[in-house]
Design a protein around this ligand. Sequence first.
Ligand code: SIN
Ligand code: CO
Length: 377
Amino acid sequence: MSPKLLDIPGIGRQRFLREYWQRKPLLIRGALPGMQPLLSRRDLFDLALRDDVEARVVQREGRQWDVRHAPLARRDLPAVRTPRWTLLVQGVDLHDEGVAGLLRRFRFVPDARLDDLMISWASDGGGVGPHVDEYDVFLLQAQGRRRWRIGPVDRPRLQPGQPLKLLQGFAPEQDFVVEPGDLLYLPPGWGHDGIADGECMTYSVGFRAPPGDELLRQLLWNMAEELQPAPRYSDRGKLSASLAAHPARLPEDMVDFVADAFARLRPSKADFARVLGELLTEPKQEVVFEAGDAREAARIAARRGLRLDRRTRMLWNRSGMSINGESVPDEAGRSPLLRRLADAREIDAAQYAQASPAERELIAQWCEAGWAHAGRD
Ligand code: SIN
Ligand code: CO
């Protein structure tokens, strides 16, 4: 079942999106009343040591900082009582169903923008220092207390000689202590420094916004791969004996020939959507799906419906659909049933019963690849 979207107490989601999103920070006290950590400290430490998990340890000693990156070994984690260190585990939603469910409560922002949920555990005084992030973030206090100091940063100057990007001369504007269930929204470019006040855990819901040049690079790459053979350049009737005065000169009409060929490419809006869909549904590097049995899945889905794997990324628009980096071909790419599956991340047995043979074939392929599973949550 789809989890309930997060309420933003006091102002509601609509006002939040209009007035705060990408504009200014908001501290939401008691956004998740009774918040309890979804993973214990021990579970988080165990997760951090796995080789398919992105994690790092940040420790401060005086003015100097130390960072250790995955793969981490047990000895990379200082003792819990040692002050001023923190463990940050990226993409916990990929590994834990409860955490994935919490991330889905933030789907009032499109999936195309949602990135992952990171969990940090910090000993007393621990944190990652004053910094700015390039992306929007919701910082949910899950356990213990954390003191936040935040403020706008126009031109970030970085502390020299540190292994992480720390702001030099950060001048915070606000200073407050958060408790479990409190939620802090920060737009990109806001400086922040969170220091654990006793042992604490913070969940960061991160977003992403691809830069234009990255999208264009991907588009051009895809277009290059799909180019049809084009006629060869010809200078029939264009050469004259006078050109011999400058034999090294690149013929102008050869330049025009390429410019014309390029102008004829004219990608359609559907081409742009396809590139975006493939790029944004590309699974994270460390994701490995476990193969499933398609026939068994079809048998069970007829009785109990179907769900997407929690790691599956799926996006659609009016012209097509993508799943885990691949475009869905033809008619099926515009299938209302598959759109429903993408939005709700599940369909029930009655909906599955209405699937066309082409839709069933695709679903079978996805179950075989481990992208979807029979049975709903
Ligand atoms: C943390 O959880 O300690 C850091 C999160 C952040 O500053 O983005
Ligand atoms: Co940050």
